[in-house]
Write a protein that binds this ligand. Structure first.
Ligand code: FDA
Length: 394
């Protein structure tokens, strides 16, 4: 931050995905922007995202792929800055990319290219960036926001909160956005870890012995279902299907797993007719990883040849395999959560601009807002889109 006071049009707190994008958009509109972060470099979560390749957007972005207290809130911003818009930016910078699966776009090279691109965009907008700059206090008087840091006090008529959520605290993530929002009278929807592995205890804990085994499943909680891989871990359940379902799961609820989503409902009865001498364990071993097949077969306790088992028992076993209910006792928490669900209540924000309805000049964008995407590039797309909405308005 320059030592001589500079008249800024906007101060953006947090140089992550949303803050960088918002600064670039506002700067390129001719606004004088200061971007502050307490971390020693910008975009740290971008750098580790997507296994270092940054799953920067998803071609199937749509409002129904986001959780929020108001399912309509994200519509406006997402429609005005689309996955194709971000992709066009990536292509202008010559960054090679590929679609991995399910519309998920990744860099061929490195997530560093995305951070470099955003910094270049900020430079085009003459944005002042100050990293390693903790924020001591924010006040508001006479239509101006004053941000007090060890390097001095910066002042502007617009303040954008882009400090994200508390997931992965060891990377410098904090709940600062919520504290600041509350300071200005905004409500916060109870934050909770999302896209996070679930932990198992009690009888379910036996499945932790399968650590490292995965299966293509349908995971379910309530009416929400995801078809992807599930992975057993030494603490419980992970893998994309579980991470997705974790965002919808609440303490005390079960998670149902269909271990055989491609098998017909009468699979076991048909097998009994066609191969009466075979066993359930043998059949399961042909369909699933051996250790998983053995675990399920042991729990179902049907060791006899299928021909000697009553149809009723086989139908019950099949029903259980199609909806095997685990009762997670918790999640691995913010330490392992890819995002934070909940956050600044959308009821207090304009969906057009992200400005607080009751606090002129105060904006909240990105993960800090109560809008949480599915796994697969949706969260970055929300960061870009909400940042664009505010960047066009400040
Ligand atoms: P973000 O967290 O990016 O930025 C917040 C910034 O504020 C940080 O720079 C932080 O240092 C700063 N800050 C925090 N507290 C502060 C304070 N008190 N004072 C000053 N500065 C402060 N999403 C996706 O779409 N595709 C993917 O591939 C991945 N992969 C992924 C992997 C891992 C391991 C994680 C943890 C997360 C992902 N995500 C993801 C989620 C994605 O990283 C996340 O949704 C966005 O980074 C959110 O962008 P924001 O700018 O809102 O917050």
């Amino acid at each position: 931050m320059p030592t001589a006071p500079t008249p800024y049009d906007a101060i953006i707190l947090g140089a992550g995905a949303a803050g960088l994008m918002c600064a670039a958009v506002a700067g390129q509109r001719g606004r004088k922007v200061l971007l502050l972060d307490h971390a020693d470099e910008p975009g740290k979560k971008i750098l580790i995202s997507g296994g270092g390749r940054c799953n920067f957007t998803n071609l199937h972005t749509a409002p129904d792929r986001y959780l929020s207290g108001n399912r309509h809130f994200a519509k406006s911003a997402l429609s005005r800055y689309t996955a194709q818009d971000f992709l066009a930016l990536v292509e202008r910078y010559g960054i090679a990319w590929h679609e991995k699966t399910l519309g998920q776009l990744f860099c061929d090279g490195s997530a560093r290219q995305i951070v470099a691109m955003l910094l270049e965009e900020c430079a085009k907008g003459a944005v002042d960036i100050a990293c390693a700059c903790p924020i001591r206090e924010v006040t508001h008087a006479d239509g101006q926001y004053h941000v007090n840091t060890p390097r001095g006090i910066a002042t502007a008529p617009a303040l954008v909160i882009a400090t994200g959520g508390p997931s992965i605290p060891k990377m410098g993530a904090t709940g600062f956005a919520y504290d600041l929002a509350r300071q200005f009278g905004l409500k916060v929807v109870q934050p909770r870890p999302a896209l996070v592995p679930l932990t198992l205890s009690g009888e379910d804990a036996l499945f932790r012995e399968l650590s490292g085994v995965s299966a293509d499943v349908v995971a379910r909680t309530g009416k929400t279902r995801f078809r992807e891989a599930a992975l057993f871990t030494h603490r419980g359940l992970s893998g994309p299907a579980i991470l997705q379902i974790s965002s919808y799961w609440r303490h005390g609820e079960g998670v149902g797993i269909d271990f055989l989503p491609d098998h017909p409902r009468d699979w076991l009865l048909a097998a009994k007719r066609e191969a009466p001498r075979t066993t359930l364990r043998r059949l399961l071993r042909a369909a699933l990883a051996e250790r998983l097949a053995d675990r399920l077969a042991a729990d179902l306790a049907l060791e006899a040849e299928l021909g000697n088992l009553p149809d009723r028992a086989l139908a019950a076993a099949q029903a259980r395999l199609a909806d095997w209910t685990f009762l997670p006792n918790g999640s691995e928490g913010y330490a392992k959560a890819e995002v934070t669900a909940g956050g600044v209540d959308t009821a207090g924000l304009s969906s057009q601009t992200m400005e607080a309805k009751a606090v002129p000049g105060l904006y909240v964008i990105g993960e800090a807002v109560d809008v949480t995407g599915w796994l697969g590039g949706y969260n970055f797309q929300w960061a870009w889109a909400s940042a664009n909405a505010a960047g066009q308005a400040v």
